[in-house]
Design a protein around this ligand. Structure first.
Ligand code: NAI
Length: 254
């Protein structure tokens, strides 16, 4: 194959997922824009951005907590465009929850999206994957690099995602299919702008003071790395987790 032509992206109505749809579309990839009806994001905005760069996209409602829903997403793209070459398991939620009072339900609800949802998405895409295809999962510096107090379930899921892509890289490598993760640092999106479960706008502004690059990241800066990992130019990169954080986790605090 000349290069990947069809992408399935979960959580693509906002943030990093929307940016990934736009960046891949600009490279000539047809994009399945997975949107979760339980959230207020407008997937039409993503579709308009895809069209604005001359791309082609389709909006599909998908809930990564459901195997049938994610399988339907992949099957529909395969029927429509003939393949699923790039699977971006991006959908995620973040909840503030001190460990001592965390209920089983809170723990399971978060892992059902952030870990099991990634597994379901990868599995759905891989059912249609051919040589040259790849999976990219979105992890986090929380869990992917360090721990995060009062977010143990999130960090656990995000660490688990890395074990998953490493294993997929080994299992699918002989078929010419790659699997990688990106580990975003602090990126300005709806998730990180939530002051209850994450840093909120003020916290993100303050973060510029301790991130060596002097500011938080933008969704496009993660999307560009995802697009690289999905491209034939990354043909020998598999089983890796690439940190995109403006050197935040590299810096020693004094
Ligand atoms: P976001 O909240 O804009 O994106 C998350 C997307 O997941 C939303 O579109 C949401 O509707 C979707 N989603 C939630 N539950 C879903 C479900 N059950 N089924 C399908 N889709 C569902 O925030 P952001 O930041 O763009 O998040 C994208 C990924 O990046 C997430 O996995 C997040 O954990 C990760 N991340 C974000 C960081 C940041 O600083 N913004 C840092 C590290 C990781």
């Amino acid at each position: 194959m000349t290069g990947p032509t069809v992408a399935m992206i979960t959580g693509a109505a906002s943030g990093i997922g929307a940016a990934t749809a736009r960046v891949l579309a600009a490279r000539g990839v047809r994009v399945g824009i997975g949107t979760f009806p339980g959230d207020p994001h407008d997937p039409e905005k993503t579709l308009q951005e895809v069209s604005a760069v001359g791309g082609e996209g389709v909006i599909v409602e998908v809930d990564v907590r459901s195997t049938a829903s994610v399988d339907d997403f992949a099957d529909g793209l395969r029927s429509r465009w003939g393949s699923v070459d790039i699977t971006v398991a991006n959908a995620g939620i973040l909840r503030h929850a001190p460990f001592g009072s965390m209920t089983d339900d809170q723990w399971h609800a978060l892992l059902d999206v952030d870990l099991h949802g990634v597994m379901r998405t990868a599995r759905a895409g891989l059912r249609h994957a051919r040589e040259g295809a790849s999976v990219i999962a979105v992890s986090s510096i929380a869990g992917g690099v360090y721990g995060w107090q009062e977010h143990a379930h999130y960090a656990t899921a995000k660490a688990g995602v890395i074990g998953l892509v490493r294993s997929l890289a080994v299992e699918y490598g002989p078929r010419g299919i790659r699997a990688n993760a990106v580990i975003p640092g602090l990126i300005r999106t709806p998730q990180s702008s939530d002051p209850v479960n994450s840093l909120g706008p003020d916290g993100l502004d303050r973060a510029g003071g301790y991130i060596p690059w002097g500011r938080v990241g933008e969704p496009d800066e993660v999307a560009e790395v995802i697009a690289f990992l999905a491209s034939p130019q990354a043909s020998y990169v598999s089983g890796q987790a690439i940190v995109v954080d403006g050197a935040l986790t590299t810096a020693m605090r004094d």
